[in-house]
Design a binder for this molecule. Sequence first.
Ligand code: GLN
Length: 310
Amino acid sequence: MRSPVTEYLDAVRESCIADGDDGEVASYIPELAEADPDLFGLAMCTIDGTVYASGDAEHRFTIQSLSKPFAYALALADRGRDEVLRFVGVEPSGDPFNEISLEDNGRPRNPMINIGAITTHALVGPEGATAEESTERVRAGLSAFAGRQLEVDEAVCASERETADRNMALAYLVRARGKLQDEPHDAVDGYTRQCSLLVDVRDLAVMAMTLASGGRNPVTGEQVVSARVCTQVLSVMATCGMYDAAGDWMTSVGIPAKSGVSGGLLGSLPGQVGIGAFSPRLDGFGNSVRGVRACERLSEDMGLHLMQAP
Ligand code: GLN
């Protein structure tokens, strides 16, 4: 028998589908343009580790920018907050995800846009870690957040590498300002592998709930990072997670969140719920149209807005 929660998620999905099919599938990474635009999955993980899922919940897609908060969490855990802040800031940029966005001191503005995420990738692992070690630590760390071993989609990874000129330029720029700890090629290579890890909406919900549970994976029980690290990550997600639509998102949905170009979206409400959504059609900011709608409904129906008095 389907649980009432799953039936509710079905109803949310259907209402979002009824709203139309606007938005465009990302095409600047050639492999992503092949995605079926009608795929739509939605999942929710509660604090006790129960996962409810609806629609195309088994479909796996590349995590893309949704990897950024988790890589940031690992860098904070490995290097400490002060050290990470020497290299990457925490100010919303108000810029698109691939913008050249540096502070006067050469620090990327935040870890949720590409320039800051490439810099952050190079900070994962102990000081002096090789590029391969950082990249493997990211794969293993994100797997711990998900509670299963994640693998790279080699076709998407190769496709993005071939078209990564802009990310490469961003990496060289940060390197020139003394803020990139790896060689630009290695950093972009590792970051691209990070973005190509395959997940489904259940994984996203569990990963989001792990951040919302002070770093303890509610399914496996593993303490992946500390509660302090999660507070830092969720704060940056709340202010910078939705790129140049971050303010709009925070006022209308009110949940720390992150979106990505493959159409994934995750929301992480401290102590309450982890949400994962996937639908490849994107709006002008690069956020999933149906994913955003679904989160708006969940927030409204369940009173999830962080700024709402109980
Ligand atoms: N891998 C993508 C890129 O670097 C991630 C961007 C995104 O999801 N917004 O361009």
